[in-house]
Design a protein around this ligand. Structure first.
Ligand code: AZC
Length: 829
């Protein structure tokens, strides 16, 4: 058996299969060998990157060893496998996380110490793969972590972008973008599988005919082809084996077009190769906004086609019939980015494997499940029929066929013409286009939102027509976060303190944090808790001094908003409040203000003017506040450039206050909100996304609520919202808004922030002005509570002890039970 072969392999090299070399001595020896044999270095002559690479390779050996065992376990169990389809992943740095999961942090630290090396400095070297934009990509990686830990046979499919999310720099106060060459120093974590590769076709035409057996058949004669090759990154679980993230890279079908080459046109031949490789060159940096670009659709189709072909191969390798595909696999669509998969699976089954349409459709509909991540209309994907027809002519035909059968069904149900038009896969308003969310919904057996509120709004608004005819198809899975990364790895101080008190059961069952509750009033424990937080704040202060040039007193209240910059998230609401405080201090009315550091980080989509202007406003307010002697003892403002998972791991542990202030109804869930609370920050927030559930868990007395509810927001709009009313009625607000265009911000330029000013006074689509007052009131209350450090700490402890629900382990178990119908297999003995 497979197991025997592993045993056999290790016996041939004189080792035992279950000895994975976790001792200090073995780690040290392997590290030196990697340095010597892989990199040609001795410890006396190395670069920091050599040290990092040697250690990463040492750890990778151990990760792979665990991984090989899990492949074997999974094939023995032969249970339904999960394929997670996601155009984005944000795994963050691997090294620290893998050390934790292998439980060799101390051994490794010791081994390196004997060589006069510092583990933390080496960990610091790692360049993370920024293969996602924000919440959606990070969620995919949290889910990989939990799938691995829970021992679920799973594979994460995606795209190996050569350039990830751009590197953000601040130049003269503005965001500027540089390319992210994350592969420059090599990538020790991936294993290339040149033999796992598939051809993907594009363009051309379809030929319909009846073949010799009198069977109707369609052939797709493409205009071009590319090859996708698998790059595997093992994802280790905690105390368990591992799964893989399989990312596809595009290459030309042949290195050269020989016919052209023979004619002597070398450049033309190479051009074709370059064009093919373009597909996986770069991640589109738009978060919840469409680019509508042809290359983006190419990316989506490319990775989906490779992945489905791979799954069909696996299905056959395991000796199954294609008719059983849906029993062997479930595919989770991470938003609509991979939803062309519905049409592609139909094409593969019907055209390539000659299956009857009806049977193929049954398999397809029992394979896919779709997660929606946003209700924002500008983020709902649509592809113009003309583009789709040009790039994927066969898929457009298939989509039309699915649609015609679907609409027929609706007519039989007696639905009105209007309702049928609303539900059609094709939007006929203006330029005809394919509604990808409808395709995903029709082609899936389950549709879920990512928090209770969001799932309810999905059912009652965006996909209401579908929820009415298929109520059982809709469900909720509230997001969760990889608490091992976001607490155990990134906040070692707090982790140690917690473990001393309640043991380390929380690593595998976060709800055991509940046991901390009884220490919330324990003064000694409170003091230790505060000390840990202060240490974390000192570390972040150092980083802010280095990266943002701002010196911050670590005893200040760290008031933090980190996330993508978007108007609906309302970073500018926080800025209006800071300006209000500034003006009050200037008036000599600052006596009630707690010394505060306002910390921002996040990227703006390069083409999103308003978001970039908001960043410019942060830096302008920072310049004003930090350089004003009357104010800078009480207030500091900093923008930390280039927010990433690595940066995030240093920010959450140091936060006192978490800002979750989106307009209600707009943030599908949020996951940063969970990471902050897990690290002991209190939250100021609206009743939006998962905030609602966080508040429920931690208790309303431990959560600073403000602003309108979703219903109130809608009512405000219905009644004809006039933002200038609030400007006219509230003196403070008027003063702050006028200050934006007073010339005192942005080096005397009155016009710089005029677009923001006009937007707020004229439309204010996210109703900042309406929520301003209640936000400021809550802030005032927060500042009073902050002065009572014991009370603050008590609440902080209660927050941590009550966020057990928000582990991604819990989310994944819900996916298993309510969607995939699989049972976790615990792997390691
Ligand atoms: C985000 C949502 O905005 C965020 O609220 C949620 O927590 C996260 O997904 C994970 O579910 N959405 C995106 O990042 N992007 C898109 C296209 O929705």
């Amino acid at each position: 058996s497979h197991n025997k072969s592993i045993e056999h392999y290790f016996s041939t090299i004189g080792e035992k299969a279950d000895e994975i070399g976790l001792s200090k001595e073995k780690i040290k020896k392997d590290f030196l060998q990697k340095l010597f044999y892989q990199l040609g270095r001795v410890p006396a002559v190395t670069t920091s990157n050599d040290l990092y690479t040697a250690l990463a390779l040492t750890v990778r050996d151990r990760v792979l060893r665990q991984f090989v065992r899990s492949t074997e376990e999974f094939s023995k169990k032969n249970s339904r496998g999960i394929a997670y389809f996601s155009a984005e992943y944000l795994p963050g740095p691997h090294l620290g996380n893998n050390l934790l999961n292998l439980e060799i942090v101390d051994e490794t630290r010791e081994a390196l110490k004997e060589l006069d090396l510092e583990l933390d400095e080496i960990i610091e070297q790692e360049v993370e793969p920024g293969l996602g934009n924000g919440g959606l990509g990070r969620l995919a990686s949290c889910y990989m972590d939990s799938l691995a830990t829970l021992g679920i046979p799973a594979i994460g499919y995606g795209i190996r972008y050569e350039f990830g999310i751009f590197k953000q720099e601040i130049k003269e106060g503005w965001q500027s973008e540089a390319t992210d060459k994350w592969l420059h120093y090599g990538n020790p974590w991936e294993v290339i599988r040149p033999e796992v590769s598939y051809v993907v076709k594009f363009g051309g035409r379809t030929i319909h005919s009846t073949n010799e057996n009198n069977k109707y058949a369609v052939e797709w004669e493409p205009e071009s082809e590319v090859v996708g090759t698998a790059y595997d990154t093992p994802v280790l679980g905690y105390q368990s084996n591992g799964i893989i993230m399989r990312l596809w890279k595009a290459e030309a079908t042949e290195s050269f077009d020989f016919s052209v080459y023979n004619m002597g046109d070398y450049y033309k031949a190479v051009e074709k190769k370059v064009r093919s490789e373009n597909i996986t060159k770069v991640l589109y940096p738009n978060d919840e906004n469409l680019s509508g670009k042809e290359l983006r659709l190419r990316q989506q189709y490319f990775f989906v086609s490779c992945s489905l072909q791979d799954m069909i191969r696996l299905n056959f390798v395991q000796g199954r019939k294609l008719e059983e595909f849906h029993e062997k696999f479930a595919i989770q669509l991470n938003d609509t980015h991979p939803s062309i998969a519905v049409a592609e699976l139909m094409r593969l089954l019907v055209d390539e494997h000659e299956m009857e349409w009806k049977q193929a459709w049954k398999i397809t509909r029992n394979t896919f499940a779709y997660t929606n991540h946003t209700l924002l209309p500008e983020a709902l994907e649509k592809w113009s029929v003309s583009l789709m027809g040009r790039l994927l002519p066969r898929h457009l035909e298939i989509i039309y066929e699915i649609n015609s059968r679907f609409l027929h069904e609706l007519r039989e149900k007696g639905l009105s013409g209007e309702q049928i038009a609303r539900m059609s896969l094709i939007d006929e308003h203006g330029e005809p286009s394919v509604r990808m969310a409808h395709l995903a919904t029709v082609g899936s057996f389950r549709v879920n939102g990512v928090s209770q509120l969001h799932s309810r709004l999905l059912k009652t608004q965006v996909l209401n027509d579908f929820a009415e005819i298929w109520p059982d198809k809709f469900t909720n899975v509230t997001n969760g976060v990889a608490h091992r990364r976001f607490l155990a790895v990134s906040n070692p101080g707090l982790s140690r303190l917690i473990t001393e008190k309640i043991g380390n059961g929380w690593l595998t069952d976060l709800t055991t944090l509940k046991r901390l509750e009884k220490f919330a009033d324990d003064e000694i424990f409170q003091k230790q808790w505060m000390e840990v937080k202060l240490e974390n704040k000192k570390l972040l202060s150092q980083l802010l001094e280095e990266r943002a040039g701002v010196k911050i007193d670590p005893t200040m209240l760290f008031d933090v908003q980190v996330k993508r910059i978007h108007e609906y998230k309302r970073q500018h609401l926080m800025l209006l409040h800071i300006l209000d405080l500034y003006l009050k201090i200037k008036d000599g009315k600052g006596e009630n203000i707690a010394p505060s550091a306002f910390i921002f980080a996040g990227k703006a989509a390069p083409g999103y003017f308003m978001a970039k202007l908001i960043i410019r406003l942060v830096t302008a307010v920072a310049d004003l506040v930090n350089n004003d002697k009357d104010v800078n003892k009480i207030l500091k403002v900093a923008f930390l450039p280039n927010f990433s998972v690595k940066q995030a791991q240093r920010v959450y542990p140091a936060a006192d206050l978490s800002e979750q202030i989106s307009m209600a109804g707009k943030e599908a869930s949020g996951t940063g909100n969970m990471k902050f609370a897990l690290n002991g920050a209190l939250t100021i927030g609206t009743l939006d996304g998962a905030n609602v559930e966080i508040r429920e868990e931690v208790g309303e007395e431990n959560f600073f609520l403000f602003g309108q509810t979703t219903e109130e927001v809608q009512e405000t709009r219905r009644l004809g919202y006039r933002p200038s009313k609030y400007y006219e009625e509230q003196e403070d607000l008027e003063r702050v808004l006028d200050f934006l265009v007073s010339g005192e911000l942005g080096n005397g330029d009155h016009e710089l922030f005029r677009p923001l000013y006009n937007n707020l006074l004229q439309q204010d689509p996210y109703q900042l002005l309406k929520d301003f007052k209640s936000y400021c009131e809550r802030k005032h209350e927060i500042h009073q509570i902050w002065k009572d450090q014991k009370e603050w700490t008590r609440r902080s402890i209660l927050n941590v002890s009550r966020v057990g629900k928000f582990s991604s382990d819990r989310s994944i178990l819900e996916y298993c039970q309510n969607i995939w119908n699989v049972e976790p297999v615990k792997l390691r003995d």
